[in-house]
Design a protein around this ligand. Structure first.
Ligand code: SF4
Length: 379
């Protein structure tokens, strides 16, 4: 639950879900909403896949999914799991053997639809392998690959068919006394996805993995995901998210975090508040923000920075941010610290200076958080 009693219009009441673990990451219950992405390298190219996993983890990914289409990939998975800084989910389709191999290779979770991997004996074998290797399962219903009998029953992919598919897969796991699972009901259509997710959220207490599948390129996919996932998260639905973009996995992680940050559900790094700029700007706002976004990527401490072109909105925004800069004309602007005007700085030195101020503030906030933790532990 993300509650802010001073500003109740910001409250989001999270749906109460069961908590499971994906490796060392708790998913569901009151755990932070986890951000996921997926590698797009050949899994057999261990070095390239690990480089992507590493980059995604540095950008903030809590969990990374890797495709396991053949036996060679299962073998590579073992090394990837061993060296990955975050839990690895193995993406399995149809081949029950891959599921068993992935569990044996140390995958933290199998993304598999138990109804699609063959007869009951094979399903039992995969579930047993998951159980033996402490591996959770994600049931991944997708509007594009619904079971034939559901398409015949409903005529086309619709929310009811997706929910029914999800519940059928859940039943198989429950009949095998397996409860460490989460579920997704993805579609590329925002309306279909949102309706299916609302349906499944009511029908089960399993943790929910959110995603709008095949959302598109960086810009269109980001907007689609922000609308679809944003609405669901705002309703309190979703325990882990993946933004699917035809782009670098690092971009998916960044977009995922931005969606969560916009709703106050996760905080990480510098939240830059900046104006669109206009003829009044006292410095080049767009170039400055681009440079700062890049220069401040290493900051993980949650904090805010306002970069505003002129005094129309600058002082007001600076009031609510940790560090601020407002353009003032004559080649310089005002630096604000903790909401108060602090000192003037020339435009040509402001980027380096702001990076320094943000780093200082981050160190201060980290020290305060550590002191608070130590005090709590001593109580
Ligand atoms: S804050 Fe000033 S520079 Fe920025 S858009 Fe508004 S009026 Fe223009």
């Amino acid at each position: 639950m993300s509650l802010n009693h001073v500003r109740p219009w910001r409250d989001i009441y999270r749906r109460k879900s069961r908590q499971i673990t994906v490796g060392n990451v708790p998913v569901g219950g009151d755990a932070p909403i986890a951000v996921q992405t997926m590698t797009n390298t050949l899994t057999t190219d261990v070095a390239a896949t690990l480089a992507q996993v590493q980059a995604a983890a540095e950008a903030g990914a809590d969990i990374v999914r890797v495709s396991v289409p053949d036996e060679a990939s299962s073998k590579a998975l073992k090394q990837i799991v061993r060296e990955s800084p975050v839990p690895i989910v193995a993406d399995i389709h149809f081949h029950y053997r891959r599921g068993i191999e992935a569990a044996e290779a140390g995958a933290a979770c199998l993304r598999i639809n138990p109804g699609n991997i063959g007869d009951e004996t094979r399903v039992k074998e995969v579930i047993q392998a998951a159980r033996d290797h402490n591996c959770s399962i994600r049931i991944g219903v997708n509007a594009g690959s619904l079971e034939k009998h559901l398409l015949e029953k409903y005529g086309e992919p619709c929310p009811e068919a997706m929910v029914e598919s999800g519940l059928e897969h859940i039943r198989i796991l429950q009949d095998n006394d397996f409860h460490e699972f989460k579920i997704s009901v993805k579609a590329s259509d925002v309306f279909l996805s949102a309706a299916a997710y609302q349906g499944i959220a009511e029908a089960t207490d399993a943790p929910i993995h959110l995603g709008i599948t095949e959302a598109g390129g960086l810009v269109s996919g980001t907007i689609k995901s922000a609308i679809g996932l944003g609405n669901l998260l705002w309703m309190g639905i979703g325990d882990t998210i993946r933004v699917s973009l035809s782009a670098d996995p690092v971009e998916e992680v960044k977009v995922g975090f931005e969606i969560l940050k916009s709703l106050g559900l996760r905080h990480r790094g510098v939240n830059i508040i900046s104006c669109p700029s206009c003829a009044r700007q006292g410095f080049d706002v767009i170039k400055t923000v681009e440079a700062l976004e890049h220069r401040l990527e290493h900051i993980k401490t949650p904090m805010s920075l306002s970069i505003i072109g002129c005094v129309v909105n600058g002082p007001g925004e600076a009031l609510m941010t940790d560090v601020g800069f407002t353009g003032g004309g004559a080649g310089s602007g005002m630096v604000y610290l903790a909401g108060k005007a602090s000192h003037k700085m020339s435009n040509d030195q402001m980027i380096d200076h702001i990076v320094e101020e943000v780093e200082k503030k981050a160190a201060e906030l980290d020290a305060a958080a550590e002191a608070a933790e130590a005090a709590e532990a001593a109580e």
